[in-house]
Ligand binder design. Structure first.
Ligand SMILES: [Cu+2]
Length: 322
């Protein structure tokens, strides 16, 4: 599991499935038993007045009390403790995530760790969240070193990530399936969520672990369309037919032609890995382009993350001609 809490969620889902299976089989047997026992037969007639038994009344009351105990006594305290105990401010990395039709905006506080204010009137193509101070340092020094990425979420491993979630327009749902993270995003509210990525779950290591050899003759373009070659694939003559980092193309027909060409050149096996295995998706049907509301996600070790922040903190000059 790629996140610290993910294993526990999977375990809970497993337990629920076992319980559901037991209930399903138990009630199924009872149902068939009743069908047989109370079938229409000569010499037997139905009784239409309800059965007045004391046992069933007490049993039902007992079940209701037990369920109330499960909810109020066990589950609510665990949830309250979890929700009231976020990671400490000096230990966590805070990111503001703003959903909009149909993209994810990630607002990083920059090296000072402080978020600048945002104003709707400052929203522009180069400043999608309207961060004050981004283009004029004197207005808000806290915002001067902030940066915003669109559909690109970078985060370090082994450090609590504290996300402040909000939306510009409709209800969305922030979902990282591989991390077992999901939270609805509600207009007018800022909802905090937090999780920690496992220390060895960097994007590079996940890609390494997902590297596979595929038989060229049996390979499916559809299955491999988001994979890239890990090394140069050369024909016997030494010509590079599929270079390192290259994919099979975005098109079905061309992809299969490429596969046929590779097989013909005597390349029996392709060594490939996903281009990028992690993504954030929207899990709420939020409009007609909901399906493409995805962000690429990159997990780094500490040095890699700091290098990325360093890179992003450089001021980019926007050319008006562009
Ligand atoms: Cu959405």
């Amino acid at each position: 599991m790629l996140s610290e809490h993910g294993g526990a969620i999977d375990q809970l889902i497993d337990i629920l499935h076992v319980f559901m299976a037991v209930l399903f089989i138990g009630w199924g047997i009872f149902f068939i038993h009743c069908l047989l026992k109370f079938r229409r037969r000569s010499g037997h007639s139905a009784r239409y007045e309800p059965v007045k038994g004391k046992v069933s009344k007490y049993a039902e009351f007992g079940v209701a009390m037990f369920e109330a105990f499960l909810l109020v006594g066990l589950s609510m305290p665990v949830w309250a403790k979890y929700k009231n105990d976020p990671p400490k401010q000096d230990e966590r990395l805070e990111v503001r995530v703003v959903a909009e039709q149909f993209q994810w905006d990630f607002h990083y506080p920059g090296k000072d760790g402080k978020f600048g204010r945002t104003e709707n009137s400052r929203i522009s193509a180069s400043n999608p969240l309207g961060v004050v101070g981004l283009d004029d340092e004197t207005l808000d020094p806290a915002g001067a070193d902030d940066f915003v990425t669109v559909n690109e979420f970078h985060l370090p491993v082994a450090k609590p990530i504290y996300i402040r979630l909000t939306t510009k327009d409709v209800v969305h749902s922030f979902d990282i399936p591989t991390m077992r993270v999901k939270q609805d995003v509600i207009p007018g509210m800022e909802i905090p969520i937090w999780f920690t990525v496992q220390p060895d779950a960097t994007t590079d290591k996940i890609k390494e672990a997902m590297t596979e050899k595929f038989k060229t003759a049996k390979a499916s373009w559809y299955r491999l369309r988001h994979h890239v070659a890990v090394e140069d694939h050369k024909s016997s003559g030494g010509e590079v037919l599929l270079a390192k980092g290259e994919d099979l193309g975005a098109e079905y027909k061309a992809g299969y032609e490429k596969l046929a060409q590779l097989a013909k050149a005597g390349i029996d096996e392709l060594t490939m890995q996903p281009r990028n295995p992690l993504e954030v998706v929207c899990a709420q049907l939020c409009g007609n382009s909901h399906f493409k509301m995805k962000a690429q996600m990159y997990t780094h070790d500490e040095a890699g993350y700091n290098a990325w922040v360093e890179e992003k903190s450089k001021k980019v000059e926007f050319s008006p001609d562009f």
